[in-house]
Design a protein around this ligand. Sequence first.
Ligand SMILES: C[S@@+](CC[C@H](N)C(=O)[O-])C[C@H]1O[C@@H](n2cnc3c(N)ncnc32)[C@H](O)[C@@H]1O
Length: 421
Amino acid sequence: MGDHHSTLPQQEEQLATTEPKPELPSPATEQHEQHAPTTTDATPEGETEESDLIPNNDTDPIPGDSTARPQEDDNRDEVGDHDIDGHRDSSSSAGARSHFSVDLSIDTSDADTSDADSALGDIGHPSSSVSVTSSIYKFVEEYGRTYHAYKEGKYPLPNDIPEQERLDLQHSIAVRLFGGLAVAPLKNPKRVLDIGTGTGIWAIEFATEHPESEVIGTDLSPIQPDYVPPNCQFLIDDAEDEWLFSSPFDYVHSRFMVSAFSNFPRVFQSAYDNMAPGGVIEFQEYSARLQAVDDTLKGTAIELWSNRVLEAVSRAGKDGLCCHKFKQQMLDVGFVDVVEKRFALPGNAWARGAEEKMLGTMQLENMMEGIQGMSMNLFNKVLGMSREEVELFLMDVRKDMRNRHIHFYYVLYSVYGRKPL
Ligand SMILES: C[S@@+](CC[C@H](N)C(=O)[O-])C[C@H]1O[C@@H](n2cnc3c(N)ncnc32)[C@H](O)[C@@H]1O
């Protein structure tokens, strides 16, 4: 497959084919909506809009001394309920939702004590292997991992098989949480672009669900499979470079690029310049600041990890809270009807409800797999921690992440808008 990828900037070269496998009304040109945990401790630093959080009247009382330091005994279960207007589906367009509220409450009734939920089922998607046939495939090896060769050093996470498998698991989590591939309402976009496509799983699934669309995925790493739908292709390209696409797009999508881009406004401008009038842009992203429904996150290794990530990405010229600014940045380049939606993802199976347990268990697995790759490069090279210090620290973080007495969650954003007609 490898040699099908092109490093020529935005030269739309077809690679291979077959098997594949997200509203708030606001003034005039702008819409705004919150989906946030309905608890008292949900305001990320620097995030003024969190004051709109909807109170969670259904939150169960936290058992006993909820303010006590979390116990390391993971054998007593506490879970919570995470409810998005009573429905979450797995269809491909979540745009039909007109209102959301997100509740996370601690389940005091579930006696299940295991970290992994047996209900999890098949959540992984094995990735294909990559044949190394040119310089872009001569991956950089470090920390027992491989990293992209094209624009070497630009992106800090690995690109090897374990990371590819994690990305595919993370995709499953995102589709489940967002209720589909897109949160934005779409009307059969003809030309679709997925920036930083990773394993290409989003692009492949979108192409499969929308045979009328032509889908292009771009990335620094040639880790996409050989066999993709005929209406899907991949390009090796740096999205922070100038875009030279031949025709405008009707839908530009990007997901989980927080540690990738140092200049999101530039990317938004490139997207705007390469979109057809009426075209839709959607960025789906993690906020790097973890939250909790109570004070059980305070003083934990998880909280320290989150703070270190924020510090490291900042020193590396990036912004762990970039998604908090997407809405204004999109408006600034000219997009209209910009909507910001937030979703709460439990960090493990502490939250009440089958769906919340499933999501929490999947996310725990995602982090158990991914935290080394997410942290090592940044903590070692940027923060100056030794490899051993990083590994030891991550052992503490993993232990706390498995602890159901720590009621933490991640906040994911979907921000979308359209280019005016
Ligand atoms: C966390 S992964 C997300 C992959 C995919 N969007 C998903 O949600 O599964 C980030 C991806 O962006 C790619 N990337 C990083 N910097 C990039 C850049 N400047 N241009 C294009 N892709 C980039 C990385 O190689 C990696 O595959």
